[in-house]
Design a binder for this molecule. Structure first.
Ligand SMILES: [Zn+2]
Length: 712
């Protein structure tokens, strides 16, 4: 027993996590666990404790790839192994993948220099090889580099890791239990990776006094005497390990009856999950739970437990929906399946009128609230076209400043076009602006830095070596290659950026441009930023000042929440908003110098404040300052109504940026739900007839951007 690891059995509470890990230990086919929760919940402690209760692994002596003596891999890079070379057993491994790991560290390193100069296939196995038949654990999995995510997904899907460099390739088995932990406040997970985890669990620190003190008591006891603590828990650990081993033996005998299978299908259909992966995972988890409970037939309780762990992350439609599963709805679906027993298979619960997202933020009956806020200044005719689509709220006391009216509910988001920082950056990988990256299209060859060369540019290397062959006394076959001949491939891919929104939340916006439409547009850009792995920040300005409503973060959810709660009203201190943005970007440049910012100013370009000052002039001077610091910007013009001043365009020129109307933000303007609603009241009216549940087709799917990337 490893005394430096806190024992699994000694972790207080976290029953769902305990169960999810145990089910995977019983049946690795369940597909791993994603653990979501705030910092300091001991979720990592529990995960790291898992290896100690997994059954030991039979190995082949001398094989670095953990071949199973019972099923030898003929293609093992250390093979072929002789039959009957059992090398005993070793404990199951938990291999931790650090978020900042290099590609070589993950998939292993091929020594190209030796391959070319000595003809030796020198391969140093990576973490995927080490994790084979064990656990691969990624803490802060949501912060994992995109490129590593792709490699991880490929390996997880195929059960194989494949490395190729300039025609030299290595392939080895890599089947592992994937466990990830994350703090959702630090950003969401890519949907493709989310779907890869069999089960998800939300954890929170206990709120009650007794369990909290017990956690601390045990932690202190462990720290004071790790070995003694481990010894006190050794019996409990051995008991748990024994039960897991026993459940594993029972697993093949567990039967999934047609009736239980129908319950699985019914529950998955009721929660409107994508594809059939959810059904498979739920079925496997239910079987594992039956085996764990000492039964050989899957009961509806097994299905219920499995669904509760397998479905929450699969029914989520975008990063703004609350996680979790409605347990009443789960029970209803199970009950429906039991009652349907013997009926036709096609009257599934998908006709249920109250889908899980029936409570979306854009129900038409409250969509217009707050829209008809009066302007605080009355220099423009803006009262006429108020709310043609709802008409449910008579304009309240025109002209009266009401700074804290209820926040407008955002319109339905649409798929946004890609806004881009011009030029070529070198920031963290992502999907927005062009950048020099470690993967992607090869665009040039360069002399490598010291250290191993992982991406050789072969033609350039040969050209560099050719002139020296005679001088180096080349005889026979094979090139005489020296280190200084090596050329590395330079790649071009895309980086992620910091999108800093500067949003006008003043009374003038509330009246003229319809805060709901504007919020819907910003929400769409936020969704887009989430999918492109950007950092986002939010500056709002209204009344007397500008506020940094959200400091730059990777949590798009936080940004969306701040945006939705934004109350409109007051005057329009545009200059203050821009200056606050300038200051925020300056700080952020110090923190994260390689991340290039994109400023998105959402405004009609107007600036108001105390009488007598040149507010517009001040705003344009602030814009000049931003432009001079080299910040790329886009002005989203929210001006609407019959009289247009084109002030947003003027601001964009001062920023030396681009100007786009709200309806030009959609990737496909025809499909977008955003229109200039003031100009086209009929379109607006027809929107109110939408059913309360969102039409799936007009909703940006989490998987959308992946497909769209090719077009973009
Ligand atoms: Zn082997």
């Amino acid at each position: 027993m490893n005394a430096s690891v806190f024992p699994f059995s000694a972790v207080v509470g976290m029953d769902d996590l305990r169960l999810a890990l145990v089910l995977n230990a019983v049946s690795p086919a369940v597909g791993g666990v994603l653990v979501r929760g705030e910092k300091g919940t001991a979720k990592s402690t529990m995960v790291r404790a898992l290896a100690a209760i997994l059954p030991p692994v039979d190995i082949v002596a001398g094989c670095r790839f953990s071949c199973d003596p019972a099923a030898l891999d003929p293609a093992c890079p250390d093979g072929p192994h002789e039959v009957d070379v059992a090398g005993g057993t070793r404990p199951a491994r938990l291999v931790e993948l650090p978020v900042g790991a290099s590609e070589d560290r993950l998939v292993g390193a091929l020594d190209i220099e030796r391959a070319l100069t000595e003809g030796v296939k020198a391969y140093e196995p990576g973490l995927l090889a080490a994790a084979h038949r064990g656990v691969l654990y990624v803490d802060e999995v949501n912060l994992l580099h995109d490129h590593l995510v792709d490699l991880l997904l490929d390996a997880a899907a195929l059960g194989t890791s494949y490395v190729e460099r300039e025609g030299v390739s290595v392939r080895h088995a890599a089947r592992f239990l994937l466990v990830g932990t994350m703090n959702p406040e630090e950003g969401e997970l890519r949907p493709q990776l989310l779907d890869r985890f069999g089960l998800t669990v939300e954890v929170a620190a206990p709120r009650e006094v007794e369990p909290r003190s017990e956690v601390v008591r045990r932690r202190l006891a462990f720290e004071a005497d790790p070995a003694g603590f481990a010894a006190r828990w050794a019996l409990a650990e051995a008991d748990l390990a024994g039960r897991i081993a026993e459940a594993r033996r029972r697993l093949p005998a567990v039967e999934l009856s047609d009736s239980a299978l129908r319950q699985v299908a019914s529950v998955c259909a009721a929660f409107d999950v994508d594809g059939l992966r959810a059904d498979l995972v739920t079925a496997r988890a239910a079987i594992a739970h039956a085996a764990w409970s000492g039964r050989t037939e899957v009961s509806s309780e097994d299905v219920r437990v499995a669904a509760r762990l397998a479905l929450p992350h699969r029914r989520r439609r975008d990063p703004f929906d609350a996680p979790g599963l409605d347990e009443d709805q789960l029970d209803e679906a199970l009950e429906a399946a039991r009652q349907d027993e013997g009926d036709g298979p096609d009257d599934g619960p998908d006709g249920s009128p109250d889908g899980p997202d029936g409570s979306g933020p854009e129900r038409p009956d409250d969509g217009g609230r707050g829209d008809d806020a009066p302007a605080t200044d009355t220099t423009l005719p803006d009262g006429t076209p108020e709310d043609p689509e709802t008409g449910d709220q008579p304009p309240a006391g025109t002209g009266a400043p009401a700074p804290d009216r209820p926040a407008a509910t955002p319109d339905q988001p649409f798929r946004a076009r890609r806004l881009e920082v011009p030029g070529r950056g070198s920031g963290a990988a992502g999907r927005r602006s062009r950048a020099e990256t470690s993967s992607g299209r090869v665009t040039r060859a360069r002399v490598p830095d010291a250290g191993p060369v992982s991406r050789l540019h072969l033609p350039a290397t040969l050209v560099a070596a050719a002139p020296h062959q005679v001088a180096r006394g080349r005889t026979g076959r094979g090139l005489v290659l020296h280190r200084q001949d090596l050329r590395e491939a330079g790649h071009e891919g895309r980086e992620s950026n910091l999108i800093l929104f500067v949003v006008d939340a003043s009374g003038s916006m509330a009246a003229r441009a319809r805060m709901s439409a504007v919020k819907g547009a910003v929400l769409s850009l936020l969704l887009d930023a989430y999918q492109r792995r950007d950092k986002v920040g939010l500056v709002t300005f209204r009344g007397a000042d500008a506020t940094l409503a959200l400091p730059p973060t990777s949590s798009v959810e936080a940004a969306a929440a701040r945006l939705s709660a934004l109350p409109p009203g007051g005057r329009t201190p545009l200059a203050a908003g821009l200056l606050r943005a300038h200051e925020t970007l300056r700080t952020e440049r110090l923190r994260d110098p390689r991340r290039r910012p994109l400023l998105v100013v959402v405004t009609d370009g107007r600036a108001t404040g105390v009488r007598g000052a040149d507010h517009l002039g001040q705003a344009h001077r602030a814009a000049d300052l931003l432009a001079a610091s080299g910040v790329a910007s886009v002005v989203v013009d929210c001006e609407s109504g019959p009289v247009r001043l084109g002030l947003a365009g003027q601001l964009a020129s001062a920023l030396r940026g681009e100007v786009l109307r709200v309806d030009e933000l959609a990737a496909d303007p025809l499909a977008a739900s955003v229109r200039d609603r003031t100009a086209d009241a009929r379109t607006a009216r027809s929107r109110t007839t939408r059913p309360a549940t969102r039409p799936a087709t007009s909703r940006p799917r989490p998987s959308g951007p992946r497909r769209a990337r090719g077009v973009a």
